[in-house]
Design a protein around this ligand. Structure first.
Ligand SMILES: [Zn+2]
Ligand SMILES: [Zn+2]
Length: 128
């Protein structure tokens, strides 16, 4: 693994903010000032393919990256686009049930929660 790739991986593992590729670039640039945006994009894709990180595809928003590779769900603020982990277990038994009922081989599912984060909710409440 190249030094650049290792720094990108460390940056993602340290953060719980689920950054976009551009945000990863901003963070990594503090440590490797000469890294290019293209290098960051390329390494993020490679790390995701290697299973070292997760690429999170969200409906109607930029892809985000997660240093936590265990399966988990996310909750997204529709106002500021903040993304947090949703505190719940995964729904493997539902996959099995649907597979059994439809005879599909289920390979995965997507579940995304949306709402207003605590900060945006405070602002919204102040305004009323
Ligand atoms: Zn928010
Ligand atoms: Zn996450």
């Amino acid at each position: 693994m190249t030094r650049q790739r290792r720094v990108i991986l460390e940056t993602l593992r340290e953060s719980n903010a689920h950054p976009s590729a551009d945000e990863v670039y901003e963070l990594v640039r503090r440590k490797l000032s000469r890294i290019s945006l293209g290098t960051v994009y390329r390494n993020l894709d490679i790390l995701a393919e290697l299973g070292e990180i997760q690429k999170i595809a969200l409906s109607g928003s930029l892809n985000r990256f997660d240093g936590e590779t265990r399966k988990h769900y996310h909750i997204r603020c529709i106002n500021c686009d903040r993304l947090d982990d949703a505190p719940m277990g995964t729904l493997e038994d539902i996959e099995e049930g649907i597979g059994g009922a439809t005879r599909y081989k289920i390979i995965g599912h997507r579940l995304e929660f949306m709402g207003l984060c605590p900060e945006c909710l405070d602002i919204a409440t102040d305004r009323w």
